[in-house]
Design a binder for this molecule. Sequence first.
Ligand code: ATP
Ligand code: MG
Length: 389
Amino acid sequence: MDRIIIVHFGELSTKGDNRGLFIDCLYKNIRHRLRSFEGLEYEKAREHIYIKLLPTADVGATIDALGEIPGIQRLSLSYFVNRDIEAISVASLALLEEHKPATWKAKVKRADKSFPLDSYTTASEVGGYCLSHKAPPVDVHEPEATLNIEVRPEGAYVSLKEYPGLGGYPLGMNGKVLTLLSGGIDSPVACYQLMRRGLLVEAFHFASPPYTSLAVLDKLRDILKVLNKYQSKVRLHVVPFTKIQEAIYRYVPEPYCITIMRRMMLRLAEMGAKKYRCPAIATGEAVGQVASQTLESLRTINAVTNYPILRPLACSDKLSIIKTAKEIGTFEISIRPYEDCCTIFAPKKPKTKPRIEEAEKYEALFDFAPLLLEAIENTSDEVISDLEI
Ligand code: ATP
Ligand code: MG
């Protein structure tokens, strides 16, 4: 009997036209992620992707890795057998003996209508065989486990155990987004949510040396290395932000400094998005979290660009963001001490309801356009990838 992992697709059902694209993209991502794994054979079909496990395969590691690939809804670990009732029954019993559920029931799907037995008869034959071989009792109403039997033209798949996937879309399927990445807790979680949604993240960071230390760059690299398990290659751009920040603090009244700083960040992000061909920008902002994230602030900051700004954490509680950060493994890196340009220059009393006209008035006090151009020209470009692992 062959062991096979059946990969069930994520949000594919609603995307009729994109089916081929979705499957091709997911297949490519799976092959890439599992490229160093031994003993696997792949098959791409309309309904599922099948991964055959040869004796040298590491089943646990394969399932763990698949659990980190966006676009997979769930995985079933199955036996693949000939499409005859005896082989199906033997495989079913083997699975019940392996996992020993307290109760179970068989659920049959017949994609191959030429199979001589109907679904009901197949289920009762399998039930009869297993019960006569001391399998646990059947409970058709509330079983602890469901034995899924899928009869297809090429054979039958029998599975008992399922593993959850990440859901969402295959990475890259929904395009590329320029994501503002600080060294904090929120923005790495935002990156993860974007990746899960099939978006390729291109990371954009504002550095203000010597006010912020260069160690933050190592922190960002470490964060992106953790995120490499979802996106194996991330480009990181570091924008030299010191001159702009100094100008802001020279010309702008203190309560408006953060607002103007964030407007400058977004202007630069738009320039970066054009340069790196990203149709959208993303941030780790959450409504109400700090002064610059009130609705009025977001509006005044947003007014400098027409680009769509994705804020995956807009409505998330800090506690749930922290929980996710811990689950994906970025939390421990994010809490390493560091100074962000936002915290270094944080005014004592930031404006919580800044107005667009006021912001424009203060911005007219200095010539910022050449500073932005200079910053974009000197922005670095580096690739953080898992290829060396
Ligand atoms: P985070 O934990 O992601 O730093 P935060 O709660 O500290 O978020 P802010 O510092 O106000 O909030 O930043 C809000 C968002 O602005 C961040 O999530 C990030 O997307 C972006 N941002 C802030 N500082 C920087 C920076 N130095 N470089 C790039 N993006 C930044
Ligand atoms: Mg921050």
